[in-house]
Design a protein around this ligand. Sequence first.
Ligand SMILES: Nc1nc2c(c(=O)[nH]1)N[C@H]1C(S)=C(S)[C@@H](COP(=O)(O)OP(=O)(O)OC[C@H]3O[C@@H](n4cnc5c(=O)[nH]c(N)nc54)[C@H](O)[C@@H]3O)O[C@H]1N2
Ligand SMILES: Nc1nc2c(c(=O)[nH]1)N[C@H]1C(S)=C(S)[C@@H](COP(=O)(O)OP(=O)(O)OC[C@H]3O[C@@H](n4cnc5c(=O)[nH]c(N)nc54)[C@H](O)[C@@H]3O)O[C@H]1N2
Ligand code: SF4
Ligand SMILES: [Mo]
Length: 703
Amino acid sequence: MGAQDDNSVQVAGSAGETVVRAACPHDCPDTCAMEITVRDGRAVQVRGAADHPFTAGVLCTKVSRYLERTYARDRVLHPLRRVGGKGPGRGHWEQVSWDEALDTIADRFRQIIASPGGAQAILPYSYAGTMGMLQGSSMDRRFFNRLGAADLERTICSSAGKAGVTITLGGGVGTDPECFEDARLILIWGSNPITSNLHLWTRLQVAKRRGARLIAIDPFRSLTAEHCHQHIALRPGTDGALALALMHVLIAEDRIDHEWVAAHTVGYEPLAARVRDWTPERAAAICGLDAQVIVDLAREYASVRPSVIRLNYGMQRNHGGGMAARTIACLPALVGAWRDPAGGVLLTTGDFYAMDHKTLERPDLRPGPVRSINMCAIGDALLDTTAPVQAVFVYNSNPLAVAPDSSRVAAGFQRDDLFCVVHDVFITDTADYADLFLPATTQLEHWDVHKSYGHLYVVANNPAIAPCGEAMSNVALFRRLAQKMGFDDPCFADSDEDLCRQALGRADPRMAGIDWETLKAAGWQRLPVPPRSAPFAKGGFPTPSGKVEFESALAVALGLDALPDYIPPRESADTDPALASRYPLAMLSPPHRHALNSSFVNQALFLATEREPHLEMNHADALARGIEEGSLVRIFNDRGSFQARARVGDSAREGVVVALSLWWRKLAPDGRNANEVTSQALTDIGAGATFYDCLVQVERVAR
Ligand SMILES: Nc1nc2c(c(=O)[nH]1)N[C@H]1C(S)=C(S)[C@@H](COP(=O)(O)OP(=O)(O)OC[C@H]3O[C@@H](n4cnc5c(=O)[nH]c(N)nc54)[C@H](O)[C@@H]3O)O[C@H]1N2
Ligand SMILES: Nc1nc2c(c(=O)[nH]1)N[C@H]1C(S)=C(S)[C@@H](COP(=O)(O)OP(=O)(O)OC[C@H]3O[C@@H](n4cnc5c(=O)[nH]c(N)nc54)[C@H](O)[C@@H]3O)O[C@H]1N2
Ligand code: SF4
Ligand SMILES: [Mo]
């Protein structure tokens, strides 16, 4: 390894045990602070940092077994070249040296750059395999920017909700999750914290013990909904209508905090006019609820304080997801909930931070404007023949499993003329299509620095062990590839710790008091937001007006109505009755507790608990189709089909089926997963994915 590959620095001493402060890298709002015990250069224990206020010594089940990932038998530790056909089970692998692999890539990139397609025919494809600032978005971005490669719109997860909340509140800010335990009423809206936000759930249980009421708003009785006092099971994608009707009741019954509204909001009168027609009866018909449930919820919301809404991403994977998030985010202002430290709404804490993305990613290195490709429509992009993508470089992601409309994605990756490189820890579904496979490090083997989207701390990741085998971190890989390409800009020589410093270096009051030397020794530092404060009690939102914006010029600029409104799903009986007559069931495919998107699916814990893909169905829907508990079923629509084992009960409301995800295709008996039927269509704003806007039919597979 070259002198610049400082990720090989070992923190652990060779004799005795060392404890190294680290961060969980996974795409999860909790961003746990971890402690790794190392003995003789080998990690022997991974645990949650007891001193970190949010982690509080606890990791989720999957990550507490992180050593099974680092030392997994199926982990790949050397670069590989495919020999033979692309696709699962077709070719085989041959070990090559790093030099050979990197020279192959550099040669192929030079050829493509010289071809009519130019550098823009090269597409990086990455998402959140690691959320670290270094391994997620630093040297890689510098490399592809300098190359002039196509730009990937990374909108597969959260961009619709984020854009929606930004209209109302000005950015990804809201209630400090550590205050949730003091709330008296908690709406858990499109959110499943027992699965996806475990440490918030701990706080919600404290609140519950102190007498708070928990209400889940979710078409599915998730693990979380099961533990709430009330579960409001609305139809998927109808949240905006529910929020408008709640506002209708609040305003019609004059349950408004007029003083707060007058001082800290914009557009109250036009909002009141807008919601006048949104009677509970109208919304009830859309949402599939009883009107009285809506009236009661509005009254309770107006009379209990502090009240907080945990809004999360489940409700925004739908055509109108941006508008719905924007509309829901208006609610706390009407009742003055922001006055309390434990009041308000939280989608993400992301904009409490000001990491220096520009210095890390260097967009200025681009030789000129480049084309953008939306990651949610990677299938269409790879099959587009007008300006063909000639090379795709996948890292931190597994598009064959996670991207919608998989048959299109697979057809795209199957192209013989597509040069495909995959950098990962395992031979994923995507790696089955790679020409070259490059072995990646795990979090125990590299430096990083992490922000969080679910708390207010910066967390450091010190490497605990040397890279296993020939594994190479993302930063080291792109640094070496830059050398191979002859990129001599000094930024390609930055060390990992240089990047850590740069990530934190921005002179912004939001990062005051945080510096790399302190952080890496301490493991974590809190942002300068005073604990138990109500930061928005007197306004001060990051909107143009500094107020909560019911009426918004930004919304208009994004092509939305100036006021909150309801945008229905693309696929529903109301919007497309012809489609719904063929495909009458709405399918949701939210995350499984013991997987993290498609990560961990190949590990013992997941396979032992799940064994095979399942579909939760309502009794009535099953009965009508001759389906029983344990029947093998086929879920299909015009895009494709996949099979699962039926679980019949009442957790899914009638008309809704739920396929907990995300299975690896090759580990499922039929070689497919739920994304066979999901759509590449995008959300109203934010160009996000619409995984949960998906009509299907289900039939029993004949034995
Ligand atoms: N264990 C585990 N944790 C994870 C993940 C994982 O895969 N596994 N993934 C991580 C990632 S990347 C993310 S983005 C988050 C996702 O976690 P969340 O933000 O909680 O989102 P989802 O789990 O997609 O959906 C949450 C709930 O919303 C419901 N829902 C679906 N459609 C609608 C709707 O139209 N309206 C309403 N009101 N509810 C709806 C679903 O049934 C689900 O119970 O979790 C992160 N944490
Ligand atoms: N049907 C359906 N589809 C969905 C969703 C859904 O709810 N339903 N959820 C969507 C959401 S919210 C998201 S965020 C996306 C997630 O999509 P992805 O971000 O693609 O998530 P993962 O499936 O976890 O794949 C991450 C890959 O990165 C690898 N990796 C981890 N660390 C490193 C590293 O340091 N270097 C390199 N090179 N690789 C690394 C992992 O091994 C793993 O294979 O999926 C989306 N897809
Ligand atoms: S996945 Fe989430 S809950 Fe589990 S250890 Fe990582 S940050 Fe913590
Ligand atoms: Mo996500």
